[in-house]
Design a protein around this ligand. Sequence first.
Ligand code: ACO
Length: 388
Amino acid sequence: MPTVVDRGLEGVVVGSTELSNVEGAIGRLTYRGYDIDDLAPNATFEEIVHLLLYGQLPNRHQLDELKRELGSGRALPEPLVNAMQNVPKTAWPMEVLRTIVSGLGLFSPVNAQGEHLSDVHTAIELIAKMPTIVAAWDRIRRGLDPIGPRSDLSQAGNFLYMRTGKAPHAIEEEALDTYFVLLADHSFNASTFAARVAASTRADMYGSVTAALATLQGDLHGGAATAAFRTLTDVKTPENAEPFVRDILARGQRIMGMGHREYKVRDPRAKHLEAMAKELSAYAGRDRLYETAHAVEEASRKVLQEKKPGNTIYANVDFYTAPVLADLGIPGDEFTCLFACGRIAGWTGHILEQLADNRLIRPQATYDGPVAGPYVPIEKRAANGARG
Ligand code: ACO
């Protein structure tokens, strides 16, 4: 029986991957050997999809082929759009996304054994369709008809188009595209691990991605950007940042969007997101969100240093996501869905990697319950159901 318990699997190596490498001590993130600092300003999300799914950056012909497949895979089965029309308008966008992704499995092709295909084309179909689900729900819950996808736009451009019916400004499209690039993969984070666990049982890709979506939802993971946005709207102005941070920490609470299990320095994605937030705020800034975010990060560092000298808590990827997505006009409760629309590239890449060399993931636990004893008949049990 194992005696060593690593709560939260902190520092435990549970597998290997060729997709991405997180070097937490130096704050470096690479996708298949390419530094995110090179990819963020230069590569498009579609190139990253190719890199993660096929193992290399595409040549021009391969990129055109991938864009064609993404463009033609965006529309949703009509019954799923109808199902969304009947969902209570109060449903949280992540619940809708998770449910409809699961529903896509109902409409996917099966092989002679009745199993769904879980191949690279299923991956591309999921990548193509997720933004359509998010944009459709965005409109349906506002009482508007969904706008069908366009096949000639990028993943980012098409998402923004489907929300408003207008092709986005280049600054907006580029910002969302870079966001998707930055979020595309992050080694064995909680949601990716959940996807791999499900895939290791030979669950199909729709089920594995549904597991990932459920795991992303919580505010210790992908839900943190929504929580960070709430913080920024509560703080309201940069001048309020320090008293707000002091109050939160005095109550023993956490600053959402700060801190990371792996990074002991600043999350390398944060600087790109911060730069984007600054640029977008000059273009479309509302409510001084970028300035407020910057002030909250500064205040957090200052107050945490005072409380715990030598602390290493910095902004993570979710922190500057909040002003970026808010300045793109996206409602705060949809941020986790947007995270998923980027991370789906990594999730599906990891599922394919898991299936290519599969072993069931099945860890152990120590047992802390009562010692084994005989079954107690109902008439002999104590009033509270205890053994008597
Ligand atoms: N604000 C204030 N204090 C913090 C924060 C924070 N955001 N994060 C960690 N700490 C403190 C803890 O209180 C703890 O202090 P203690 O040692 O005095 O108890 C110490 O730092 C270590 O914290 P742990 O929770 O043990 O560290 P862990 O590695 O589990 O934390 C986590 C990682 C969960 C992300 C944490 O930093 C956190 O809760 N952050 C806020 C939520 C968040 O932003 N999540 C998104 C992460 S990125 C992503 O998933 C895409």
